[in-house]
Write a protein that binds this ligand. Structure first.
Ligand code: RIB
Length: 303
C-alpha cells in the first residue's frame, strides 16, 4: 500500500466490469469481408473497473460498486481489481446472468468497441443502498454510462441531496438529462460526446456556460475547460500509442484522485493527462495504467 502521509482519499466508483476480448489486426474488415488478425487477448476492463483501478494505483482508497456474473470472467475481473488494491466488497456476483464483455478491435493503436452489458445492467438502487455508508463518506463518486440510466439517475440525485461530489463520465454516449448536468460536480465528455450533449452550441459556449464543470477531452489537442469566462487548454503528453483503450478511464480516475487531494484544476488535469499518456503505451485497458511514481516522474521530466 502506498503511504501518502494521511492524504489517502476515498473514492467510490459505481459502474461496469467487463472482460475485454481484444483482437489486434493490421486492417479492419469491410462489411462482408474476412481478414486474419494478429492476436487475441483477454484483458480486464469495463469503464467502471478501469477508473477504479486507475484511481487505486495512483494512491486512493477505492471502492468498486458493480455486478459480475457467477462465471470465470467475473472471478478474473474481481481478482484484477483486488490485485490493484480496489475494494470489491460491493461487487456482487449474480447467478443467471453473464459477466459484461467488450469486443474490441485494435488497429494501429486505435480501437473500436462493442459492449454487451450482461450483469452490468443489474446494478440497482438496492445495491446502492447496501453500499450507501461507503458511498456517502466518499470524497468523490465516479459514474459512467455502462449501467442502467435509472441507477445513474438515482445515484446523482441521492449524492446531490447529501452534498457528495459526483464526476460523470458520459461514455458511451446516451442522452444526458439537464438535471444531471446541474447536479454533478464534473462531467467529462470527449468532443463528440460534448457536441451531442449540447447540440447547436460551440465548444466555447459549452465551456464558458459550464465554468469548471465540463472538462472536455480532445485527443491530441489536450483538454479544455472554462474558467472566468475564458477557455483553458491543457495539452497532453506525446507518447507512442500501442493501445488507447482505457486512456479516458485513466484520465477520469487520475483527475478524481488529484482533485480530491486538493490539487487545482490545472494541476489535476496535467496529472490526469500524464497518467492517460502512460496508459496507452501498453496493450489492454488496465495493463498500462500507471502507479503514482510513474506519473510523478513524467511530470518532473516534462516541467
Ligand atoms: O473505456 C474502455 C472500456 O470500454 C473497455 O475496457 C471496455 O470494457 C469498454 O467498457
Amino acid at each position: 500500500m502506498i503511504n501518502l502521509g494521511g492524504m489517502m482519499k476515498h473514492i467510490s466508483v459505481i459502474g461496469s466490469c467487463n472482460m475485454d476480448l481484444v483482437v489486434e489486426v493490421d486492417r479492419r474488415p469491410m462489411p462482408g469481408e474476412t481478414v486474419l488478425g494478429n492476436k487475441m487477448v483477454l484483458s480486464p476492463g469495463g469503464k467502471g473497473a478501469n477508473q477504479a483501478v486507475a484511481a487505486a494505483r495512483l494512491g486512493a482508497k477505492v471502492y468498486m460498486i458493480g455486478c459480475v456474473g457467477n462465471d470465470a470472467y467475473g472471478q478474473m475481473l474481481k481478482k484484477a481489481m483486488e490485485d490493484s488494491n480496489v475494494n470489491t466488497d460491493y461487487v456482487y456476483v449474480l447467478d443467471n446472468v453473464h459477466t459484461g464483455t467488450a469486443h474490441i478491435t485494435v488497429s494501429n493503436g486505435e480501437n473500436t468497441i462493442i459492449v454487451i452489458k450482461g450483469a452490468n445492467s443489474e446494478v440497482s438502487q438496492k445495491h446502492i443502498e447496501e453500499a450507501w455508508e461507503t458511498i456517502s463518506t466518499s470524497d468523490i463518486v465516479l459514474l459512467q454510462h455502462e449501467i442502467s440510466k435509472e441507477t445513474i439517475d438515482y445515484v446523482i440525485k441521492r449524492c446531490y441531496e447529501e452534498n457528495i461530489p459526483v464526476l460523470l463520465n458520459p461514455a458511451p454516449y446516451m442522452d444526458v438529462p439537464e438535471e444531471w448536468i446541474k447536479k454533478v460536480k464534473y462531467i467529462t465528455p470527449n468532443e463528440h460526446e460534448a457536441a451531442l450533449m449540447f447540440k447547436g452550441y460551440t465548444r466555447n459556449e459549452i465551456l464558458t456556460s459550464n465554468n469548471g464543470k465540463v472538462i472536455m477531452t480532445a485527443g491530441k489537442e489536450g483538454v479544455f475547460y472554462g474558467e472566468n469566462n475564458s477557455i483553458i487548454n491543457i495539452s497532453g503528453f506525446d507518447v507512442k500509442a500501442v493501445d488507447t483503450t482505457g486512456a479516458g478511464d485513466t484520465f477520469n480516475g487520475a483527475f478524481a484522485v488529484a482533485r480530491s487531494e486538493g490539487k487545482n484544476m490545472k494541476e489535476s488535469i496535467r496529472f490526469a493527462n500524464a497518467a492517460a499518456a502512460l496508459s496507452v503505451t501498453k496493450f489492454g485497458a488496465q495493463s498500462g495504467m500507471p502507479y503514482r511514481k510513474d506519473v510523478e516522474e513524467l511530470l518532473k521530466c516534462k516541467k
